[in-house]
Write a protein that binds this ligand. Structure first.
Ligand SMILES: Cc1cc2nc3c(=O)[nH]c(=O)nc-3n(C[C@H](O)[C@H](O)[C@H](O)COP(=O)(O)OP(=O)(O)OC[C@H]3O[C@@H](n4cnc5c(N)ncnc54)[C@H](O)[C@@H]3O)c2cc1C
Length: 424
């Protein structure tokens, strides 16, 4: 049994396979939890508090339960966790291809260190594998462009101002950091949700939990993706675009076109901010209703319902920005990621190359996915959520193995008796 990738998904998978007594090998091309170590910006902290963004069986020791672990603390936590059950992880081995074996059950994996045969394969290579940069500004524009996954800190950028495109968790945090470093930042804002960081003395992760929102199942595959603007930076504060504007960040609508040194923004800024506010207020109302229904003694917070006026940049939005005139030397794309399963050459993808699966069990028997966004629910790509999906997959694999172990009973036995494989 082969697990590809040793981020949180691969580790959780290994734990549950170990618990099911299933022999397996985890191959990781770099180090455990590499993305947390080297593929995120220096000041990143977890979006959720340490009591929540963790596996059930181990607490963070270096950070308080209500604090936000740094990216390195998350990576160290993963490495420690893997040690607790002696996860059979081999680092520094890249899986370059996986194909179904010919005339034999299972799969053949080619790796940087030779061939591996496996009856089952779990692709745990992450929900956010390949940076997406919209084809808007050509390289010939002569402006420095980078994706949020390549951003580390303000000192890395050439001198000058910055246009940050995308106002999810990455975009808002990076925009704030760049503005604080003394650069003028324009932030292009698309549709987003923005939950309150805390309300009535509870973090939003708690509210999403008790309101069953982490359990929400996937929106339709064609529903437009709405990013979440939430941050654990500076001890965790609600993302309110009014506050960002007050720091000097110039808010603009979705970047939609580029011509001859000028970026054009959609006429959607106020609509996007209003929809984000509505999402914020909806959660407050749902939380209030929950408190009342359950007779909870949580301090009221009426001021959280009062939102300030829109800043000028929202009421009179900039539709075009001449980059040179604004002193902008860098465009930072915080525009998300897509998956890349080029190495997995099996019949488990739809016509658009997306994994075809039911809770991670793919359309190709023996191939499984883990850690996909919305794999089974909203929580699936988060640290604690992937743990539950991994348990489901391990149980599924154990049942499959039981089927494969089945052999018909001797003819002497009662032919009317059916034998069911036992689930392990
Ligand atoms: C900026 C950012 C902040 C986030 N913050 C949080 C947070 O605060 N809390 C939270 O719960 N979630 C957070 N997430 C979401 C999620 O937890 C992370 O994306 C997490 O890294 C996903 O873990 P994973 O194991 O599924 O995938 P990854 O961490 O991407 O791990 C996949 C592993 O597979 C390896 N790999 C890939 N291809 C191959 C191959 N062919 N052969 C061998 N190895 C391979 C990679 O090197 C990698 O180590 C965040 C995501 C981002 C982008």
């Amino acid at each position: 049994m082969l697990v590809v990738g040793a981020g949180q998904a691969g580790i959780a998978m290994s734990e549950h396979l170990t618990a099911q007594d299933i022999d397996h090998l985890v191959l990781e091309r770099h180090r455990i939890a590499e993305r947390w170590r080297t593929e995120r910006w220096d000041s990143l902290v977890a979006n959720g508090p340490a009591w929540h963004d963790r596996f059930p069986g181990l607490e963070f020791t270096e950070v308080g339960a209500d604090e936000f672990a740094s990216k390195d603390q998350v990576a160290d936590y993963m490495a420690t966790y893997a040690q607790t059950f002696h996860a059979p992880i081999r680092c520094g081995v890249e899986v370059t291809s996986v194909r179904r074996r010919e005339s034999a059950p299972g799969f053949v994996a080619e790796t940087s260190e030779g061939t591996v045969l496996a009856r089952h394969v779990v692709a745990a290579t992450g929900p956010f594998q390949k940076p997406v940069i919209p084809a808007l500004v050509p390289e010939s524009a002569g402006i420095h462009q980078l994706h949020s996954s390549d951003y580390r800190n303000p000192g890395q950028l050439p001198p000058g101002n910055v246009l940050v495109v995308g106002a999810g968790s990455s975009g808002v945090q990076i925009a704030e950091e760049l503005q604080q470093s003394g650069r003028q930042v324009h932030l292009a804002i698309g549709p987003h949700d923005r939950p309150p960081r805390r309300y009535r003395s509870r973090d939003f992760v708690w509210w999403l939990g008790v309101l069953n929102k982490w359990e929400a199942t996937a929106p339709s595959p064609d529903a437009s993706h709405v990013t979440i603007a939430v941050s654990g930076a500076h001890g965790g504060r609600t993302v309110d675009f009014r506050d960002l504007a007050a720091t000097g960040i110039h808010l603009v609508g979705r970047a939609e076109a580029y011509h001859d040194g000028t970026v054009r923004f959609a006429d959607d800024l106020e609509r996007n901010i209003a929809a984000g506010d509505a999402n914020y207020l909806t959660l407050l109302h749902e939380a209030d209703a929950y408190v009342e229904r359950n007779g909870l003694d949580l301090p009221e917070e009426p001021e959280a319902h009062r939102l300030g006026p829109y800043p000028d940049c929202v009421t009179a939005p900039l539709r075009e920005l001449d980059l040179a005139a604004a002193g902008i030397t860098t465009i930072l794309w915080a525009t998300g990621f897509t998956v890349d399963y080029g190495w997995l050459q099996v019949d488990a993808f739809d016509e658009r190359g997306r994994p075809q699966h039911e809770r991670g069990v793919s359309s190709e028997p023996g191939v499984h996915f883990l850690g996909l966004p919305w794999q089974s629910r909203r929580g699936s790509s988060f640290i604690w959520g992937v743990w539950h999906d991994a348990r489901h997959l391990a149980e599924h694999i154990a049942i499959q193995r039981a089927y494969l172990r089945y052999a018909p009973q001797q003819a002497a036995e009662d032919s009317t008796t059916t034998t069911q494989p036992s689930a392990v």
